[in-house]
Ligand binder design. Structure first.
Ligand SMILES: Nc1nc2c(ncn2[C@@H]2O[C@H](COP(=O)(O)OP(=O)(O)O)[C@@H](O)[C@H]2O)c(=O)[nH]1
Ligand SMILES: [Mg+2]
Length: 401
């Protein structure tokens, strides 16, 4: 295929999104000269699916390009979620199309535009096999990314570049066909049919020694927001589970090319710097609610400061989360990696309560001081995880329970 011909496919996984936003994004992708076809992978035939279905003939006619609307297949062993959707798209891409690259974007992004495609394409034209997007985010957004995935990467793989990846859970990325071919042959990747998929792809890219570039998209990703943090319960548990399950996997990123655009905090739009990512008042009460006697007993697994801090939250009139600072979170993380039981709902509830305490600690004592302080504390937390693990008394392998 010549260089001037369209040569990429764009995939949007979707589950009951606002169809207007989604259809605008499909159009935006179709208008890009590098994009040959679009694949939309739905969870089920919901309202959004039906709206897209009726728009497809017009979109195809108007833009002169194919739009495939398919349902996700059950390919993995975990809950059938976004992972199955992405892997269904990869299978379609390899088996039904001849194109050289595949892009993924979330369907609910309000600020999506063709520049995102251009920027990732440019990196794939160079030496990179994978191009990821990162964005400026509100100071209390990305709380699973920071406290679970980036901390987990630092804890498990401190000698690699994994902890430097800005937004490992971001669904905006593009890669070459040879990477897609590897992924669909990889049973370990296919297993992660749930929210673990982004982490699975990231770990797999390292195993394949794929050169990676992270482009920084200044206009930011505005998308459907959350209410209370309970909306994130499943995502939290699934994103932690993949980190725990793979803690003894060896990853060596020496010699793999990895670059990212530099990030200038001063240039982050004011709207993003001051945005509230979740409902703080509603979340405070979550800390006091839903504690079963069994969950309280599990607190005995933790050091006294953490156990007492968490127990006090259930009693006191005012919520005091001062104890759950980034250094204490390191202690929590170590215990969770060792003892968390993914089959136990009680453990999942406890993970949730601990994480909410950390998120509120960040919100009250760091994010409240301003955007710069909020970001600096998060970067410092990940770096401190890395340093403590490098210097720690345990060598990797011993910690794997
Ligand atoms: N097909 C499919 N798409 C999903 C599923 N879960 C989430 N999505 C889509 O994946 C993208 C990211 O999900 P979203 O809820 O926005 O996650 P967040 O932005 O990380 O909070 C969106 O386009 C969702 O519609 C799923 O189970 N199946
Ligand atoms: Mg979203």
């Amino acid at each position: 295929m010549g260089k001037t011909h369209p040569e990429s496919v764009v995939c949007f996984p979707f589950k009951n999104e606002d169809a207007k936003v989604f259809i605008k994004n499909i159009k935006e992708a179709l208008e890009h000269p590098r994009v040959a076809e679009v694949i939309c992978v739905g969870y089920e035939k919901d309202e959004c699916y039906k709206a897209v279905e009726s728009a497809v003939p017009f979109l195809q006619k108007e833009k002169g390009k194919r739009v495939h609307l398919i349902l996700q297949k059950k390919l993995g062993e975990k809950r059938s979620g976004k992972g199955d959707a992405m892997n269904t798209a990869l299978t379609f891409f390899i088996n039904q199309t001849p194109y050289g690259r595949i892009h993924f974007y979330d369907a609910d992004i309000v600020t999506f535009n063709r520049e995102w495609i251009t920027k990732t394409e440019e990196k794939l034209d160079q030496n990179f096999q994978v191009a990821r997007c990162s964005f400026p985010k509100a100071p209390t957004d990305g709380m699973i990314t920071w406290n679970i995935t980036r901390c987990g990467f630092a804890y498990n793989w401190p000698e690699t570049f994994l902890p430097e990846i800005e937004q490992p859970l971001g669904g905006e990325l593009a890669f070459r066909r040879e990477i897609a071919q590897e992924l669909i042959k990889d049973r370990w990747v296919l297993k992660y049919s749930d929210w673990g998929i982004d982490t699975a792809y990231m770990l797999a890219f390292c195993q394949y020694k794929a050169p990676i570039y992270e482009v920084y998209i200044r206009n930011g990703k505005l998308h459907k927001l959350y209410g209370q943090l309970t909306d994130l319960y499943t995502m939290l548990v699934e994103c932690f589970t993949i980190i725990q399950e793979n803690q003894s996997v060896k990853i060596d990123t020496n010699g793999i090319l990895y670059h990212k655009d530099s990030i200038d905090i001063a240039s982050v739009p004011q709207e993003i710097q001051h945005k509230k990512a979740f409902d703080v008042e509603g979340t405070v009460s979550l800390l006091r609610e839903n504690w079963s006697p069994q969950e309280k007993e599990l607190l005995d697994t933790f050091p006294a400061k953490i156990r007492e801090g968490m127990l006090a939250l259930q009693k006191s009139g005012t919520v005091d989360v001062r104890f759950m600072d980034p250094e204490t979170w390191y202690e929590v993380y170590g215990v969770l990696l060792r003892y968390f039981d993914q089959k136990s709902l009680i453990w999942s509830d406890l993970l949730f309560h601990l994480w909410v305490a950390r998120v509120l600690n960040h919100t009250f004592y760091f994010a409240s001081k301003g955007f710069r302080q909020a970001m600096e504390s998060l970067y410092r937390m990940v770096t401190s995880f890395e340093h403590r693990r490098r210097k720690g008394p345990l060598i990797r392998g011993q910690i794997a329970a």
